[in-house]
Design a binder for this molecule. Sequence first.
Ligand code: 7RM
Length: 636
Amino acid sequence: MSNYHIKHLEEYFKTHRKSVREPELFWEEIAEEHFVWRKRWDKVLSWDFRKPEVKWFEGAKLNITENCIDRHLRMKGDKTAILFEPNDPNAPAEHITYNRLYERVNQLANVLKSKGIKKGDRVCIYLPMIPELAISLLACARIGAIHSVVFAGFSSNALSSRINDSECKMVITSDGSYRGSKTIDLKGIVDEALIDCPCVEKVLVVNRINAEIELKEGRDEWLAPLLETASTECEAEIMDAEDPLFILYTSGSTGQPKGMVHTTAGYMVYTAYTFKNVFQYRENDVYWCTADIGWITGHSYIVYGPLANGATTVMFEGVPSYPDYGRFWQVIEKHKVNQFYTAPTAIRALAKQGGSFLEDYNLSSLKVLGSVGEPINEEAWHWYNDNVGKRKSPIVDTWWQTETGGIMLSPLPYITPTKPTYATLPLPGIQPALLDESGDEILGNQVDGRLCIKFPWPSIARTIWGNHQRYKETYFSAFDNMYFTGDGALRDEVGYYRITGRVDDVIIVSGHNLGTAPIEDAINEHPAVAESAIVGFPHDIKGSALYGYVTLKEAGEERNHDNLRKEINQLISDHIGPIAKLDKIQFTKGLPKTRSGKIMRRILRKIACNEMDNLGDISTLLNPEVVEEIIKDAQQ
Ligand code: 7RM
């Protein structure tokens, strides 16, 4: 008997031990009891990290949409699958039931087929957070086409390079999108991108904003009329367990973005299992993840994981600041959200606004709060815990990556005692290890090193599209027979993990290995500080010294900046030690961020090191304008 839903701590430890001792048996039982298969697997796992090669459930046949939709119809056809909350707070929310989702996915699947899309073809999806986005993923999966979602905030250059890299035959987009009080001309961006994309034959256009757009003859078509006449029945393509389900691009520290390839069966099993346990989802709960489906978090924890569990998953089109900073709380109250999953960057932005926006709303439906994407600093953790969770809802700080497909380290709410800034313990099936620079595993507790994973889990990305060699070099070459995450981590006295940041952010000051996260935490405790980022720069004596970029809660704060510098260094001294004091502190209006909210320390490091002429591509940043400002004010 499998143990799909863990309910207490002893059970977690027991389950984890079993998953290490007998990983094949562990995953086989879960796969067998909780999913529908057209044919059973011949072999649960074969793997070799040195090749590298990983295969789960080889020989099995299935379709992921039968697991996410069809099998729920009998018992919960009328249950809301997708609860769509539009950008405009006065527009009605849309409840898409499992029955209706089935019909809409099949209709779109039939349209795709009628436009020549076949199993294995790549389809680029460039859509805002509207139901058609989720439906497009599922329609591709229904017919075995490989979806490649590109976040609809990316530029035409970023879009065309991703389309070309995987030779997409089709793009699904919209006439435009709403973003707060603005509209964005998505179709114009697609048109520009496609000038350089000879592989694209067809463009299907969703009408979202009633924009007057040009349809290119023979290439572009409105989607709605095609859907109207399409059948609501579309037989699911029977897929092999290891057939690719999707490609999702993630930016590397250098060079072209990497098209991470996820396959069908393992990805399904792992995202479903982790969704159930990490959010302790119960029937009739309303779950909301605020990520965009353009990121892995949206793929795994808005679409596939929740739907595989027959859950109700909220899709939010808007932004946290529109019509004001109370929008998230208003949505939680309106839909009685039980699980709320967001990113530290959003939490910090909301915390900066103070508590007043929260006061008007009833948040008592909340049971679980989640965080993902970056280390959550201590101040943000406490703000989230005190103001949103009212100290009653545990925070799950979930560490994972595009490459891991699903959550790897996380507390289980109401089960694992939480600790601020700690992702705590590995989920069942996950075998983390900390390694030192010479490649030896660091055993015992109260240690830190480079975070690796020793053993495959079902949703590990199988390759980089078109470049298996790069996959090998990036993830399997730093350490022998290990998956290397690129992150540094420490393990505390009880075995809890804390992510200290990307390893390329680890700074060695006078021989001391310093992670960026704990120093930033100390700084952020200062009441005037909103956010901070630490980087290293060369120093004659120390090797490296620390450079801090700090944004203040009140722009133009009427305080003496030199006093502020002293207070910040005093906090660091108190929390970590004088070794971690900053040599330089620059106050800035903002920090450069990726569209998914990660601080781009790489750029800040270049500025600190005076390598401004070589900043790399900053066009995909959320706020490229702050880079110029930072350069102008840099202290040299
Ligand atoms: C899910 C996602 C992956 C990188 C990862 C880390 C950082 C993500 C946390 C975190 C500390 C967390 N995928 N990261 N979650 N760091 N605590 N809970 O974000 O591919 O876009 O990024 O994000 O550095 O390697 S991702």
